[in-house]
Design a protein around this ligand. Structure first.
Ligand SMILES: [Zn+2]
Length: 199
């Protein structure tokens, strides 16, 4: 590779089908379970359209439910190991608002809603994002057992770490629906990418 081939930047995009999907979304989703249902729908569509892994996330204003940004997993189509749904949603929310800190002054509290618990990378991204609330469908080993996706070396004390940094954690929302979607993904035979897991 010539040095003139060295990249100057990179772009991550949501899949083409998302444009029509975004037009169908309301401005706000006040009900928390309805926020998770929206995220599950996007994850399911990402599996059906084969446009990434079976994960989706949304950034909402915590109290009003206003939708700030949504994301789906784009690792395989984007050739980018960090294009997880949480990274997509948080980054798009920050780009939309023009801030690197979603918890900054003069901003309403923001909530990230995801269809499973964060991996080791996204856990860090959650901490740095400024969100005040994290809502997830589950955090037990069931997802990894079904899909084979690796969440990496999460700190054992991750719940306490969130609490200590003032980030509320809501667990177990629509867990069974989420697991049913992961089973559908596993049955579809699509790629399960993971980092190195051995020597
Ligand atoms: Zn992740």
């Amino acid at each position: 590779m010539e040095t003139t081939d060295l990249p100057l930047g990179f772009t991550l995009d949501l899949p083409d089908w998302m444009e029509a999907e975004l037009k169908l979304l309301p401005d706000a989703v006040p009900d928390l379970a309805a926020r998770m249902a929206l995220v599950l729908r996007l994850a399911r569509l990402n599996t059906e359209r084969q446009s990434g892994g079976p994960f989706a996330a949304g950034v909402f204003e915590r109290d009003s439910g206003r939708i700030v940004a949504v994301g789906v997993n784009r690792v395989v189509p984007s050739a980018c190991s960090s294009a997880h749904a949480e990274i997509m949603a948080l980054s798009l929310a920050q780009q939309r608002l023009g801030v690197y800190d979603l918890g900054g002054p003069d901003l309403p509290a923001h909530q990230l809603v995801v269809n499973w618990s964060p991996c080791a990378m996204c856990f860090g991204a959650v901490l740095w994002s400024g969100i005040r609330s994290l809502a997830i469908a589950g955090s037990d080993p069931a997802m990894m057992a079904i899909t084979g996706f690796d969440e990496g070396p999460m700190p054992h004390e991750w719940r306490q770490e969130l609490a200590g940094r003032g980030i509320e954690l809501i667990e177990g929302m629509l867990r069974e629906e989420s697991l049913a979607d992961f089973r559908r993904f596993a049955a579809s035979g699509q790629a399960v990418y993971n980092g190195r897991q051995g020597a």
